[in-house]
Design a protein around this ligand. Structure first.
Ligand SMILES: NC(=O)c1ccc[n+]([C@@H]2O[C@H](COP(=O)([O-])OP(=O)(O)OC[C@H]3O[C@@H](n4cnc5c(N)ncnc54)[C@H](OP(=O)(O)O)[C@@H]3O)[C@@H](O)[C@H]2O)c1
Length: 322
């Protein structure tokens, strides 16, 4: 069940989310380019993953057009329906795919998104990444039209640098809307946003950071350190993100394991807990899951709080990794 005292506001809106959500890119297996990266998971297993997230207190779900061209969105809606989740009790964000398209396409494809989401509201609609034939101003105008038409509740961006965030923010302000969030890669092993201006700009503009790949694709659970043979089962981009990083990150994983022991937690839970507390309330995160126990573990990472000393120690060790 959602713990209401833990909910966090998304940007300058009244949308309240659990600090840990669930990313459902993993449920896109079988469709499109991204879908090919993931195995096809049986419908009942997908439903069980979503139910485990809800039962663990997650109310925030991230999907995208790119994730299997509707497969992930439909899987999410099916899972929420199977679990009996009411629309008012969940916050869903999805994303428009901008590559080789113009902003004109935003209004043309929104009804597909709504159809795949089967009646669930799009609480936040993002531009998935900056590569597009249109300017951010034109994109934000098209997004604002969707808010005015009642098709989405708010607007976000993903993978936008500080300059582009500012342009999106200014364009939305002209339409009386806030830029709500920037979804970017952020974890104990990917801390670029702390130095490239994204975190600072988000703070200044009142934009929430939604951290993706928070577990470093599984690396930050420590499973590849404990069982390197698991890497053999991985392939493609996901394998290349892991190989070569296991030994490099071992000092961090060792420190995380020691801290995890103090809370009867797992290493992965420490990784997620660090993310949602290191920068106060402005970072929330959306770990992915391919199995029920993973969604359960991610949700339960909201049940403890690392001390200021532990947050700082992990920051320091992660900063020293070669
Ligand atoms: N906006 C963007 O451009 C963008 C880009 C990437 C991702 N995202 C979003 O962010 C979400 C999460 O990112 P991500 O999937 O790239 O990375 P992640 O959350 O760092 O890693 C998720 C993977 O880690 C493994 N895992 C999760 N919990 C575990 C546990 N308790 N124990 C052991 N292994 C565990 C699972 O993989 P295995 O079971 O296969 O090992 C799972 O698929 C995605 O679902 C998507 O919604 C957005």
């Amino acid at each position: 069940m959602v713990k209401t005292n833990q909910l966090r506001r998304l940007g300058k809106t009244d949308l309240m989310v659990s600090p840990i959500g669930l990313g459902v890119m993993e449920l896109s297996g079988g469709g499109g380019l991204i879908g090919r990266m993931f195995p096809v998971i049986a419908a009942e297993d997908k439903n069980a993953i979503i139910k485990a997230a809800l039962d663990g207190g997650i109310n925030f779900f991230d999907t995208a057009e790119m994730y299997g061209a509707g497969v992930s969105e439909r899987s999410l809606a099916d899972g929420l329906k199977a679990a009996g989740a009411a629309d008012k009790d969940v916050i869903i964000e999805t994303k428009w795919q901008p590559i080789l398209r113009t902003a004109n396409n935003i209004g043309k494809t929104i009804d597909d998104r709504l159809r795949y989401l089967g009646g669930y509201t799009i609480s936040n609609y993002m531009i998935h990444q900056p590569l597009s034939f249109s300017s951010p101003e034109a994109e934000m105008d098209a997004m604002a039209d969707l808010v005015d038409a009642g098709k989405i509740r708010s607007v976000g961006v993903s993978n936008f640098n500080p300059a582009r965030m500012r342009r999106a923010h200014a364009a939305l302000a002209k339409r009386g809307l806030p830029l709500v969030l920037n979804q970017v890669r952020y974890s104990l092993i990917h801390r670029e946003i702390e130095t490239n201006g994204i975190l600072e700009t988000a703070k200044e503009l009142g934009v929430t950071i939604v951290a993706y790949t928070p577990l470093g694709s599984g690396l930050l659970t420590g499973k590849y350190h404990q069982h390197p043979e698991l890497l053999e089962k991985k392939s493609g981009i996901r394998k290349s993100m892991l190989v070569g990083n296991v030994e490099r990150t071992r000092p961090l994983i060792n420190a995380m394991a020691e801290i995890a022991g103090r809370y009867d937690a797992t290493i992965g839970q420490v990784a997620l807990n660090w993310l949602i507390h290191f920068n106060g309330d402005m970072v929330v995160t959306i770990p992915g899951a391919t199995k029920v126990y993973q969604a359960q573990e991610s949700a339960a990472a909201m049940n403890f709080t690392l001390s200021a000393e532990e947050l700082a120690r992990l920051s320091e060790i992660s900063g020293q990794l070669k």
